[in-house]
Design a protein around this ligand. Structure first.
Ligand code: ADP
Length: 479
């Protein structure tokens, strides 16, 4: 099955439906071994401009295409992805390092967006209204225009389809820039989209230096919208760069998710769900619980349950059976985990399990649970690795204060059996999303997005397509 993934590696960008290579290359490695698995062209401004030109040229036809036809193309694309789940999952596991089973799960999750937005293409519904001027108003939801879509390495398939699904449903064309660590899954998905009937000009994929490509995409007056998933500093920079052309923006940025366990919660269930949420992609997701707050009377009991489960997680390369936690994406990612762990240790926290580099070496780190120490660091920095710091809290007011004491506001979680409290706290937390008694909430049908420095805009759900349409109003003086 690893071989099926290797066979999908294509060492080229795709502009206007055609493979493109260049003079320089960027190596792509397997995070489990550090071995170079392939390379991608290091393209620059000229190729990005060509991609923008293709997307701009194609826009009038693609946006005026019968939306039912675009829906049919999206469904064909989804069918091809379903048929190739094994190979796509294997390819993703190779370049990203996540366990093979989990990678296949992401392919299904990613495809959920295409299926969902195929339906949304058929529901581009406007409204009519009488105006006080005596006119009849008719609104249309029209495609914004050519879009730039910049995606990260942690969900190489889902972050792309979450943008392309609604973009195509609305009738937008796109220039995609995948992360250089994980470009091959994106390239494979684009090739399947062409096979399903997406016109070459409607979908372009450029690989290379992010700052150069991002600079051209944001400066272009033809690109009418930018959707970005990545870090907050890069998001801010892209916003600044987009100001002169007043682009519509969707910004899915970093998080520092709080997870609150009240004393009345089912502690076994809460521990189980915390593990599920935290160790997805080895702790490298923007919705991973970053700081766990437990009501003081149950803090020891909860942390012990958590440590037992975490100690049982099998760590290893993606294709080994039973592996639940893979390597981190880059060597420097381990430095951050070590620094965060040192912070807990040096401020009086205890390590309950893990706490060291993994015996496998390389980019593997032991899944770790700590209890106590100083917590404010975890409000401001995402660990993005397999460390769960647990901190006791005194009462509900303190839990809310700690949860909200962060610049970020993407995901949050709370565990309680008290329905009143679930609503009260769930609504008081400053975050775009709150999971109540669950550690996993991502699906194509749920609105995804943040508040504060986690960005704005919503992906997935009935709201997702709003990010890719403008309201056009016709005012009719009918006699
Ligand atoms: P991460 O921590 O997930 O790597 P980044 O924000 O660095 O977060 O990367 C997310 C995506 O943004 C990647 O595709 C990366 O190549 C791209 N990127 C990084 N820097 C820039 C930039 N200056 N302009 C445009 N895109 C960028």
């Amino acid at each position: 099955s690893r071989d099926a993934g290797l066979k999908l590696i294509r060492e080229h960008a795709l502009i206007d439906g055609k493979p493109v290579t260049g003079a320089a290359w960027i190596d792509v490695d397997d995070p489990a071994t550090g071995e170079v698995m392939g390379r991608i062209p290091d393209l620059g401004a000229a190729e990005t401009e060509r991609a923008v030109a293709a997307a701009t040229r194609e826009f009038p036809a693609w946006s005026r295409e019968d939306p039912h036809r675009r829906a049919a193309i999206l469904r064909d694309w989804a069918r091809l992805i379903d048929e190739n789940t094994e190979a796509l999952g294997a390819l993703m596991a190779i370049e990203n390092g996540k366990p093979f089973e989990e990678a296949k799960g992401e392919v299904a999750y990613a495809n959920g967006f295409i299926k969902w937005f195929a339906g949304e293409a058929e529901r581009l519904i406007g409204d009519t209204q009488d105006s006080p001027l005596g006119h009849t108003l008719v609104t249309f939801r029209q495609a914004i225009g050519p879009c730039a879509l910049i995606t990260p390495w942690n969900f190489p398939a889902a972050m792309l389809t979450r943008k392309l699904g609604p973009a195509f449903a609305a009738g937008c064309t796109a220039v995609v820039k995948p992360a250089s660590q994980t470009p091959f899954t994106a390239i494979a998905l684009v090739e399947l989209a062409y096979r399903a009937g997406v016109p070459g000009g409607a979908l372009n994929l450029v690989t290379g230096d992010a700052a150069t490509i991002g600079g051209v995409l944001t400066a272009s007056p033809d690109i009418r919208k930018l959707s970005f998933t990545g870090s907050t500093p890069v998001g801010r920079k892209l916003m600044e760069q987009s100001a002169p052309t007043l682009k519509r923006l969707s910004m899915e940025l970093g998080g520092a998710a709080p997870l609150i366990v009240f004393a009345d919660a089912d502690l076994d269930h809460a521990a189980e769900e915390t593990v599920k949420g935290k160790f997805r992609n080895s702790g490298q997701t923007c919705v991973c619980p970053n700081r766990v707050y437990v009501e003081t009377p149950v803090a020891e009991a909860f942390a012990a349950r958590l440590a037992d489960r975490v100690a049982a997680l099998k760590v290893g390369p993606a294709f080994e059976t039973g592996v639940k936690v893979g390597p981190l994406i880059e060597p420097k990612a381990l430095d951050k985990v070590r620094r965060h762990l040192d912070h807990v240790r040096s401020t009086g926290g205890r390590v309950l399990t893990g706490g060291e580099d993994h015996p496998l070496g390389g980019r593997f780190f032991q899944p770790t649970v700590t209890l106590g120490g100083e917590e404010s660091l975890f409000r401001e920095e995402e660990t993005f690795g397999p460390l769960i710091p647990v901190f006791p809290f005194a009462d509900e007011a303190e839990a809310i204060r700690l949860a909200n004491g962060s610049e970020f506001g993407l995901a949050s979680y709370l565990f309680t059996r008290d329905l009143d409290r679930a609503f009260r706290v769930g609504r008081a937390i400053e975050a775009g999303m709150c999971g109540v008694n669950t550690g996993l909430m991502s699906t194509a049908v749920a609105p995804f997005g943040g508040v504060k420095s986690s960005g704005y805009g919503r992906e997935g759900s009935t709201h997702g397509i709003d990010e890719y349409v403008d309201i056009k109003t016709l005012t009719l003086a009918l006699r």
